[in-house]
Design a binder for this molecule. Structure first.
Ligand SMILES: NC(=O)c1ccc[n+]([C@@H]2O[C@H](COP(=O)([O-])OP(=O)(O)OC[C@H]3O[C@@H](n4cnc5c(N)ncnc54)[C@H](O)[C@@H]3O)[C@@H](O)[C@H]2O)c1
Length: 352
């Protein structure tokens, strides 16, 4: 089987995870790299030995022989670049979130259907091995009916600055950036129930706290603390048509003692904790059991999860597998996220 030829659009922070996984995969050949910042694109080309370098993604789509592309750019460009790539006959791995608005999401979905090409949404936690373990328990019915999920990702200091904190380019703050991952992990494991209503709150109380010294955090490639018009905390309650509910809270900055992440699912036969460490909770012979699966990665392992996501993408491009994260799921996630922002803005529950 010949190698799948891949191009990467956007050569900033997260592109390293894509490029590293592509480079390590013997079934894939990296053929093109593009970034608005030419020096960044050239440095990436040199590091990974990528032959074709572009500063305009349209040229990459028109003249490189890439069969598939990763879209690793700012959120406000995901829809435009993905649609153009699909129309140029390329398969697309689009970083999360799929885009900024429901209208854009529907246009991307339409382009997928028209082109017959694959678009995989980069909700990388679906591909992590701890998620895979829980999914097997869920699929075997061992948690029973999952009626409640609770997800939290609180950074005390972690506004990445630059485009992340510029609402025009990002679409929002921690909710669209971090919330998308943990809402998706729960929703996916709950069996993707239909949303009935959403009630959310957002707060801008602390700013980006760029005054804090001696504590490092994730930053955009072009870090800039000047602009910050996104929320620093969001919470939401999502109700589903099957009666299940999901409670979530996320922050970029918060007066919390430490950063924390937890993702929990509760069913009528058992429970599961995906984060901070994989556990299955159940009852046997009138005794409560907390089961610790013996696996290499009890929590989300960044490098391994990207490797699995990218291997799955390549197999799906070749028709060997079905993607775990199709465009339709990206659309539903954007509906949930935008409804939370809308609910927070008007102070009322949104009914779907
Ligand atoms: N899956 C994850 O865990 C994860 C983690 C971080 C970021 N992300 C996502 O990845 C994307 C990029 O985030 P990042 O942290 O790498 O940001 P970044 O700012 O570090 O890098 C983005 C790069 O895109 C380039 N760019 C922007 N518009 C472009 C265009 N039209 N054409 C070519 N290049 C363009 C910028 O010059 C920059 O180099 C975002 O959508 C973000 O949500 C995902």
């Amino acid at each position: 089987m010949s190698q799948l030829k891949v191009g990467v659009i956007g050569a900033g922070s997260i592109s390293g995870a894509h490029l590293g996984a592509y480079a390590a995969n013997p079934d894939i050949e990296l053929v093109a790299i593009c970034d608005l910042n030419e020096q960044r694109a050239q440095e990436t080309s040199a590091k990974y030995g990528i032959p074709n370098v572009y500063t305009d993604y349209r040229e990459l789509l028109a003249s490189s022989d890439a069969e598939a592309v990763s879209v690793c750019t700012w959120n406000n460009t995901h829809a435009e670049i993905s649609i153009a790539a699909l129309e140029a006959g390329k398969h697309v791995l689009c970083e999360k979130p799929l885009c900024k608005t429901v209208e854009e999401a529907l246009r991307v979905q339409d382009a997928v259907r028209r082109s017959g090409k694959l678009l995989q949404v980069g909700v990388v936690r679906r591909y992590a091995s701890n998620t895979d373990v829980v999914r097997r328990f869920v699929d075997a019915g061992e948690l029973g009916d999952i009626y409640y999920a609770k997800a939290s990702c609180l950074r005390r200091l972690g506004n990445p600055g630059g485009w992340f904190s510029d609402r025009e380019r990002s679409g929002g703050g921690p909710l669209i950036d971090l919330g998308v991952h943990i809402i998706d992990a729960c929703w996916y494991l709950m069996g993707r129930p239909k949303v009935k209503s959403v009630s959310g709150n957002t707060y801008r109380k602390l700013g980006n706290r760029s005054n804090i010294q001696n504590l490092s955090f994730y930053k955009a490639a072009d870090y800039d603390a000047e602009r910050n018009d996104v929320e620093d905390l969001a919470n939401a309650l999502i109700r589903f048509e099957n009666g299940a509910s999901l409670f979530v809270d996320v922050s970029f900055t918060l007066h919390a003692k430490q950063d924390s992440i937890s993702v929990q699912l509760f069913g009528d036969k058992g429970g599961a904790e995906l984060e901070p460490e994989l556990r299955i909770v159940t009852e046997r012979h009138d005794t409560i059991m907390n089961i610790t699966p013996q696996v290499d990665h009890l929590s989300f392992d960044f490098v391994q999860a990207f490797g699995r996501e990218i291997a799955h993408f390549a197999d799906s491009c070749r028709g060997l597998k079905e993607t775990l994260s199709p465009v339709e799921d990206g659309v539903e996630l954007i509906k949930m996220l935008t409804a939370i922002y809308e609910s927070a803005a008007i102070g009322k529950e949104i009914h779907f």
